[in-house]
Design a protein around this ligand. Sequence first.
Ligand SMILES: Nc1ccn([C@@H]2O[C@H](COP(=O)(O)OP(=O)(O)OP(=O)(O)O)[C@@H](O)[C@H]2O)c(=O)n1
Ligand SMILES: C[C@](O)(CO)[C@H](O)COP(=O)(O)O
Length: 233
Amino acid sequence: MMGKLGVVIVAAGRGSRMRTAESKQYLQLGQKPILVHTLQLFQNIHEVDEIILVVGEADVDRCRGYVQSYALTKVTSVQAGGAERQDSVKKGIDALEAGTEWVLVHDGVRPFAATEHVIACYRKAQETDAAVLAVPVKDTIKIVNEAKQIQSTPDRRSLWAIQTPQAFRLSVLREAHERAEAEAFIGTDDSMLVERLGITVQVVEGDYYNIKITTREDLPWAAWILEHVRGER
Ligand SMILES: Nc1ccn([C@@H]2O[C@H](COP(=O)(O)OP(=O)(O)OP(=O)(O)O)[C@@H](O)[C@H]2O)c(=O)n1
Ligand SMILES: C[C@](O)(CO)[C@H](O)COP(=O)(O)O
């Protein structure tokens, strides 16, 4: 029998770049908080067996309330997160049930991942142990020093903007986090930690609607995606 698929949704950040009193994952998008849209996306994916939700310590009760009121039956645990995103992911993977073989790590503030892309990422990880959703960058990207002088221009054909979900064999992700902790390495995504093990991470092409709601100008764009794109997925 195929091992179980767990999803870790990290939502323990403070959303400082959004500059709102309420952390961005709790802002209303249409009829529901952003985080609830994200949870419902994974709740509705047949392949998902279990969801671990990681939130700020002060928000655990509120989120347990969401689990009840939105009937998020796949959420088996609501955990308090850590200081860095990486710490929050670690707490999430530590809470996965025994028998879990695969894990998807996803940002609570990315409510628009397309189900077909989530599944494609999971299937690719089942072949390769590690896969992430991504899109080719559209801009020209420069390496710039602290004096704001351009140092070099990487070939755009090799540049991809990395998204979540990021899918891994759970044992690989656990080893990657243990190694990073032992070496006091902090990365901005989980793929970086797995790459440091010398394991090749496969990119799966997603789409540009899978935004990470980060700054204020993302909010009207998110409302537009909700109205015009989300329903078609
Ligand atoms: N200690 C942290 C930091 C971030 N996250 C989560 O990781 C995701 C991506 O992080 P980001 O967009 O940077 O969120 P924030 O850290 O909240 O934003 P900012 O950096 O602007 O403060 C978010 O769902 C966020 O809640 C987390 O679970 N634990
Ligand atoms: C994981 C991530 O969403 C991939 O793009 C991103 O690295 C998170 O970075 P943040 O600084 O926590 O927003």
